[in-house]
Design a protein around this ligand. Structure first.
Ligand code: ZN
Ligand code: ZN
Length: 219
C-alpha cells in the first residue's frame, strides 16, 4: 500500500489477535488493518513467533531473555526478506480488503447499506455477539453524531478520511477509542469516507435523536 499509515494497532490488540482472545468483530478489524499495513503484519509475526515459542517450550516463559527475543525477531526478519515479491496486479484495487469481502460477499457494491440519518449509511456485519462490527459510509463533509464510549471502539478507514478531536485518519489508519474519548468524526470534504468500526459496548450519544434511534441501529 503506497498510502502512509500513521495510526496503527496497539501491542495489546496484536497480542490478543495472535493469542485468539479477541471477539470476532475486533479480529476482523485487526485482520483488515494487517492486510493493508506491512508494519503491523511484521509486528504480528513477532508476536506469533513469541507465542509459538512459549507453547513449544513453556519452561522458557519465565526465562526468555531479551537475547532470545532479539534472535527470534532477527530470524523472522530474515525469513520475511526472502519472501518473493508478488507481481503487481493489473485489476482495479478493491475498496474492501480481502478479510472483509468474505463478510460482505464481494466488494463495496455488494454492501447492503441502510440509511441511519444525515446521509450516513451503515451495514452491520454478522459476527459473534461479544462485539459488533459495521461498515460506515459518511458522505464527504458529513458528521457522525458526537458520542462517548462505554468500552473500546476501533475505527479503520478504508476510503477517504475523517477528522475528530484527536487527529486526522486516512486510508489504513485505525482509531482506538475508549471511555476517555468523546468525539465527533467528520468526513473530509472531497471524498466520501468508508470505515469499518467495531465496538464491544453501546456508544453514549449526547443528542436525544441519536439516543432514541440507538436500539434500531444496534450501535
Ligand atoms: Zn499498522
Ligand atoms: Zn467513537
Amino acid at each position: 500500500m503506497t498510502t502512509m499509515i500513521r495510526h496503527h494497532l496497539s501491542d495489546q490488540l496484536l497480542m490478543g489477535y495472535s493469542a485468539g482472545t479477541l471477539p470476532e468483530a475486533f479480529n476482523l478489524v485487526v485482520a483488515t488493518h494487517i492486510s493493508m499495513c506491512d508494519e503491523c503484519r511484521a509486528r504480528l509475526a513477532s508476536f506469533d513467533a513469541v507465542g509459538g515459542a512459549l507453547i513449544e517450550a513453556p519452561e522458557m516463559a519465565g526465562t526468555m531473555g531479551s537475547g532470545a527475543l532479539a534472535a527470534t525477531l532477527a530470524r523472522i526478519k530474515s525469513a520475511d526478506e526472502s519472501t518473493p515479491v508478488m507481481p503487481e496486479r493489473k485489476a482495479a484495487k478493491p475498496v474492501l480488503p480481502q478479510p472483509l469481502q468474505g463478510y460482505v460477499g464481494g466488494d463495496v457494491d455488494k454492501v447492503a447499506w441502510r440509511n441511519v440519518g444525515g446521509g450516513v449509511r451503515q451495514a452491520v456485519l454478522p459476527t459473534s455477539s461479544h462485539a459488533s462490527a459495521r461498515l460506515l459510509f459518511i458522505p464527504a463533509g458529513a458528521a457522525v453524531p458526537d458520542h462517548g464510549h462505554r468500552g473500546t471502539e476501533l475505527t479503520l478507514v478504508l476510503q477517504g478520511a475523517f477528522s475528530d478531536e484527536e487527529d486526522r485518519f486516512g486510508p489504513g489508519d485505525i482509531e482506538i477509542a475508549d471511555e476517555d474519548l468523546h468525539h465527533q468524526p467528520v468526513a473530509e470534504a472531497g471524498a466520501d469516507c468508508i470505515c469499518l468500526a467495531a465496538t464491544d459496548a453501546p456508544l453514549k450519544f449526547r443528542g436525544l435523536l441519536p439516543r432514541l434511534a440507538q436500539p434500531f441501529l444496534q450501535i
